[in-house]
Design a protein around this ligand. Structure first.
Ligand code: UDP
Length: 138
């Protein structure tokens, strides 16, 4: 069993995509074991995306991520890190495969609707960035 952090980014929440995306997780045998809406401050968004701090898009990305509520979730399942990345599609919606969340809903490389951890180590760090042990129904 594996765990990963999923975020429906502020664009996904404001466009009313929460239900549709949660449904895709449920339909794919992924268990949601924690869930909450968060409104990140600029500095919380900077902390979350610290690995990208030297990238040219860092300022804009962290403005966007702190621009409104986001839905953060812990997902659990077999190979859920890869499975979630597959459901999400490529970072750039233009490269995302047919039927993926980003292909179906994104139209901007930055405002691309969802985030998903990319490896077990980052998943552990990202989950604990948002949730304590009492908020996760294991
Ligand atoms: N991003 C961007 N411009 C780029 C690359 C990435 O605005 O050229 C944003 C986009 O929102 C992406 C996030 O930065 O989801 C993190 O980038 P990463 O390469 O980690 O992609 P992800 O893991 O989200 O697919």
């Amino acid at each position: 069993m594996e765990r990963t952090l999923s975020i429906i980014k502020p664009d996904g929440v404001s466009r009313g995509l929460m239900g549709e995306i949660v449904k895709r997780f449920e339909n794919n045998n992924i268990r949601i074991i924690a869930m909450k809406l968060v409104r990140m401050t600029k500095s919380q968004a900077e902390g979350f995306y610290a690995v990208h701090k030297e990238r040219p898009f860092f300022g804009s990305l962290t403005d966007f991520m702190s621009s409104g509520p986001a839905l953060v979730m812990v997902l659990e399942g077999e190979n859920v890190i890869a499975k979630n990345r597959e459901l999400m599609g490529a970072t750039n919606y233009k490269d995302a495969a047919e039927g993926t969340i980003r292909r179906d809903f994104a139209n901007d490389i930055e405002k691309n609707v969802v985030h998903g951890s990319d490896a077990p180590e980052t998943a552990a760090v990202e989950i604990s960035y948002f949730f304590n042990q009492f908020e996760i129904v294991g």
